[in-house]
Design a protein around this ligand. Structure first.
Ligand code: ADP
Length: 274
């Protein structure tokens, strides 16, 4: 069917528009929508099916390496390479699954009051271990405000931004994780003194598999899906994301949550009014 992937032109009309006229083109995009649903289902199914074989392959390779069952150095190196690639594929599959789940979830969001400060303490520890002492990482929590949202999704969005800061900041750099309330809005931020991003790339960063430097992303364990995941979580929480960056100086990723999602404790209310 040649028209399978095409939309159907329904009508073209010229309609009045103030003292001018405008051209109104209507198209039936049902086919696009169907195709998009098929794509999402396919990705979700493939990712799910790949999970188990990858776990088995990775598990056996790890055992062989740990138990020193391979005689020669060359064989050991080859095995290590295979294991690293299996881990990478597993990470990719997990990210693809996470993205499919978010895409397929529609507007459903299981919400709870999330203690962001507590969550950030945990993510701070994770960042420390990922950085392995190469960076100075600090927390800037000026309140205990709670956030209405899905903790698992928020955690994965924050985690992605934090791990990016660690991965794209050379040794001796600084990273600051922040959570504050400003004019009633909840603002989560990650600042780094890393490699930065030039202006022409910024608007495309949240596209799936968009990377400024493919090999750097791969070398540091990236899948190219992190910011696409963040974008979905941000949209599902009616928040917005701001990216400010300068090449060679560093980046600031900020997620701003709307007032109706932020619950001020007394202490946080005082901080907000000063
Ligand atoms: P990846 O797995 O490649 O890091 P992401 O979706 O998380 O994928 O990010 C997309 C791209 O955005 C990255 O490949 C990198 O080029 C750029 N990027 C993201 N965060 C930062 C950062 N903190 N500093 C510099 N570049 C970044």
């Amino acid at each position: 069917d040649q028209t399978r992937f095409r939309d159907v032109l329904l009508s073209i009309q010229i309609v009045p528009y103030g003292d001018k006229e405008k051209l109104l083109i209507s198209r039936d995009i049902t086919r696009f929508e169907k195709l998009e649903i098929m794509r999402r289902d396919f990705v979700a199914n493939v990712s799910h099916e790949l999970r188990t074989p990858l776990t088995v392959i990775g598990g056996f390779l790890e055992t062989l390496l740990e138990e020193n069952k391979v005689p020669g150095e060359e064989e050991k190196n080859a095995l290590q390479l295979m294991f690293d690639q299996a881990v990478r594929m597993r990470r990719l599959v997990e990210d693809l699954l996470a993205l499919s789940r978010l895409e397929n979830a529609g507007n459903d969001l299981v919400e709870e009051k999330v203690e962001v400060a507590k969550l950030l303490q945990e993510l701070y520890q994770e960042a420390q271990s990922l950085s392995a002492g190469r960076h100075t990482i600090s927390l800037d929590l000026d309140n205990q405000a709670m956030l209405l949202g899905n903790e698992e999704e928020l955690c994965s969005a924050f985690e992605n931004l934090i791990s990016n800061a660690v991965r794209y900041t050379p040794a001796d750099g600084t990273i600051v994780l922040g959570w504050k309330v400003k004019n009633g809005k909840g603002i989560f931020s990650v600042r780094d003194s890393g490699i930065g991003i030039s202006a022409n790339h910024i608007s495309r960063l949240t596209e799936r598999f968009y990377r400024v430097d493919r090999s750097r992303s791969r070398d540091t364990g990236g899948t190219g899906l992190g910011l696409a995941i963040v974008k979905h979580v941000v949209n599902r929480h009616q928040a917005n994301m701001g990216i400010t960056s300068q090449l060679g100086t560093g980046s600031i990723f900020e997620i701003r949550f709307p007032e109706n999602r932020v619950f001020l404790t007394e202490q946080a209310a005082q901080a907000d009014s000063t």
